[in-house]
Design a protein around this ligand. Sequence first.
Ligand code: ADP
Ligand code: MG
Length: 349
Amino acid sequence: MSKEARTEIDSLGEFGLIKLLTEKNTSQNESTLKAVGDDAAVIRSGDHLKLLSTDMLLEGVHFDLSYVPLKHLGYKAVVVNLSDIYAMNGRAKQITVSIAISNRFSVEAIEELYSGIYLACSNYGVDLVGGDTSASRQGLVISVSVIGEVEEDKVVYRSGAHENDLLVVSGDLGGAYMGLQLLEREKSVFVDNPDIQPDLDGNDYVLERQLKPEARIDIVDLLNKMEVVPTSMIDISDGLASEVIHLCDQSGLGANVYDEKIPIDPMTYQRARDFELDPGVVALNGGEDYELLFTVKQSDYDKIKGNPNLTVIGHMQNKDAGIQLIAKNGTQHELSAQGWDAFLKQNRS
Ligand code: ADP
Ligand code: MG
């Protein structure tokens, strides 16, 4: 065997690997307006734009069927895809669903998965239009692709922010991560002692954030109604810190993020404390909240202020100023993405 160079994937990380694989990618069709690098690809189609995005969920990597009900899993597999379309300020229209299943699963189990898929389709007004079905040696794989639409003057990229734009987040953060911590804890208790019943009472909100997340089409509608077109936008799948860095990198800017402004639900806060975690760190780095992070012009502030669904957490600034997290007492430090990385922490989605 020849001794060829071997680079470990870990040394690049997920984003490094995608960059390596796609840096030489070129488009041959004029209709390809945006290829790799945003929440969805953007394709010209007559008088409007089509949006296309895809996500894959693997058993043992992205979900654990010992505590994730199949119906919820089907629902979530669709919702996380829709979220990427909403992050472009678009509307999701059609999905395809591909599955690989081992013989461990019964027909009834896969029907249960599909009941969640159909519920998400019905709730979000999207049509299931196809897919693929295969056997798998081990476990379950679900891959969903979604097509959306947006008008050309409404599409929002990660790269459109300007200096002094306000940085805004929808909803609250960190809940999905605390839901996961609770589920993992109860699982380990159960593994140690199968006679003990899971104790998850009183945690509905954070459990729902983890098991049955929603995508924020209501925020896309709200912004449209308020006549606000964000200058840049991304959905929060990997954690706020990581997504702020994406917006900054792609817009060629820095940012100030004010720690005490980051919205945290009281239950998330309390559960973080119970686990002896810093709620602020959980909100910054816990993934899977599927909220929207976006920037707006300062002149739009009056339109969004006071809305309970929207929180201004900072503003964009010159690249040289860096990306700063500013604490209540005024101390600041450079924001880093300690968020999980699919290749480094393989138990998260
Ligand atoms: P998101 O978190 O919004 O789902 P990702 O971080 O998964 O986005 O992907 C970032 C970008 O890289 C997207 O434009 C996606 O389409 C692209 N991408 C991811 N994996 C690959 C791949 N294996 N080949 C080509 N493009 C990829
Ligand atoms: Mg995304």
